[in-house]
Design a protein. Structure first.
Length: 136
């Protein structure tokens, strides 16, 4: 006779401090924004709605899925990641032509300004709101 023992699955305990860390927030936002920025620059030769929505989704997503205490990084990284991704993508596409590169950077920042403003405002509001709750 064979005795079969049934073991019940052990319940999964939640991991303390789960979520994105500060470096994780930087990496996720930078890669997500860079992917859409590069894709849109190759596709349309300019920044538009796809990159703008990617900026908003990256900011809101990292606010939602990050650990407590990473709100500052989530608010500050999106504009910096966009600027770096735009600069590197434009240099890769146009080369180091200063007049063309300068004009393209200014027009890209102007095209993404409403999305950058919305995501930065929402990120800073979230940071200030959570900071006030922690101080109470």
């Amino acid at each position: 006779m064979s005795s079969s023992t049934t073991t019940s699955p052990t319940p999964r305990t939640p991991t303390p401090n789960k979520g994105l860390t500060k470096p994780g927030v930087v990496v996720v936002q930078t890669l997500f924004i860079a992917l859409f920025t590069t894709f849109e620059l190759f596709l349309r030769e300019g920044i538009g709605v796809l990159t703008g929505l990617a900026i908003c989704v990256a900011t809101l997503g990292t606010i939602r899925f990050a650990r407590a205490g990473t709100e500052y990084v989530a608010a500050a990284t999106a504009p910096l990641a966009f600027a770096a991704a735009t600069l590197f993508s434009l240099v890769a596409i146009d080369g180091l032509n200063p007049s063309r590169l300068g004009l393209d950077i200014v027009s890209s920042l102007a095209s993404a300004a409403p999305y950058l403003l919305f995501s930065a405002t929402w990120g800073w509001i979230n940071f200030l709101r959570r900071g006030r709750k922690q101080n109470l």
